[in-house]
Design a binder for this molecule. Structure first.
Ligand code: AHR
Length: 328
């Protein structure tokens, strides 16, 4: 009898252990019903980037059915590759990448494809030999942004009666090899080349940061005392350039025309103050756009491979009126 009791107790413990273990396994495989998204972000180099991060963090929340694993690569491609491999290991449902540079992604994207995880690109593009390595891309048209900047300059010099004047121009470039830099530089340099009155004195990277933008502008001002136009491939570099210009006793926006990209709120303040003449918009609010792509895919739908976001051009004539409407 004693033996029977011990045996049935043992059986019960075994059963309980099996039920518990099974429950644990269920919890791990089904999770909490949330869609897990790994976001390999470029870094935190600019106001634009901060707004972009915020857009993802506020969209991919539990209340909307998501779990976000966020990684800041500190502007290094090797960190982004590591982050993508981590996401694969964690078996996330979707991988989102804002690639630091355009090239060098094939190997890691093949790993994601083999793991059956869809990759969505956002903001910057990749230069890939095989387009099936990603599902969709959403972002700004950087080439058009560069072209729009020069279109604005052409109109401005005409309006100011300076069309016959030779203009000395310097270009502060973004991270070399990033699609934002490649597209904007192409649009700007090709546009400038069409007008013999424009002289591009120099172009150099300011890494999309304020401090580097200031540093490069300081060296430009030393090398070229007669600069008429600065084109900065993002707002933070423009802010740095403005500090450098003020430091040599010149008035930004008056002595030197400043054209910038992004159109973040602070840039609108600078346009209202007359320090930036023109700002070509680059919209960072991609969180909801990527969420829409994911929802379509979850519902079995198909999405466009390339989705350009609508972007505007602002200048001192409309900045004050637009400032209250700006979301970033
Ligand atoms: O890729 C978009 C660019 O990256 C933005 O112009 C810049 O501010 C950011 O760092």
């Amino acid at each position: 009898m004693k033996r029977k009791i011990i045996l049935s107790m043992g059986l019960m413990v075994l059963l309980c252990t099996m039920v518990f273990a099974n429950g644990q396994k269920e919890a791990a495989s089904q999770g909490d019903g949330l869609i897990t998204v790994g976001y390999a972000q470029v870094g935190a180099e600019s106001d634009w980037r901060t707004a972009n991060t915020e857009s993802f963090k506020s969209t991919f929340v539990e209340a909307n059915g998501y779990k976000l694993i966020f990684d800041d690569a500190q502007q290094k491609q090797e960190n982004q590759i590591k982050a993508i491999r981590n996401f694969i290991q964690q078996d996330v449902d979707y991988i989102v990448v804002a690639p630091v540079v355009e090239t060098g992604w094939e190997t890691v994207l093949k790993e994601a494809k083999e793991a059956g995880i869809p990759v969505i690109l956002s903001d910057r593009q990749m230069d890939l030999s095989d387009d099936s390595l990603y599902t969709a891309w959403v972002g700004g048209n950087f080439l058009k942004e560069g072209q729009d900047a020069i279109k604005w300059l052409n109109d401005y010099v005409k309006k100011e009666g300076r069309a016959n004047e030779e203009l000395n121009i310097v270009l502060l470039q973004g991270t070399i090899g990033s699609s934002a830099q490649v597209g904007r530089t192409k649009g700007v340099t090709e546009g400038l080349a069409k007008n013999p009155k424009y002289k591009l004195l120099a172009k150099q990277t300011g890494e999309f940061t304020q401090s580097k933008g200031q540093e490069v502008m300081e060296s430009f001002l030393k090398a070229y005392p007669d600069i008429d136009v600065v084109i900065a491939e993002n707002d933070n570099m423009a802010f740095g350039a403005i500090d450098a210009i003020k430091a040599v006793g010149k008035v930004p926006g008056e002595d030197i025309i400043i054209i910038s990209f992004d159109a973040v709120k602070e840039a609108f303040n600078r346009m209202v103050a007359g320090e930036i003449n023109c700002d070509v918009e680059c919209n960072p609010l991609h969180g909801p756009r990527v969420a829409e792509i994911i929802q379509t895919l979850e519902n079995g739908g198909t999405v466009d491979k390339i989705m350009y976001v609508k972007e505007d051009v602002f200048d001192t004539s409309n900045a004050a009126a637009m400032l209250p409407t700006r979301k970033y």
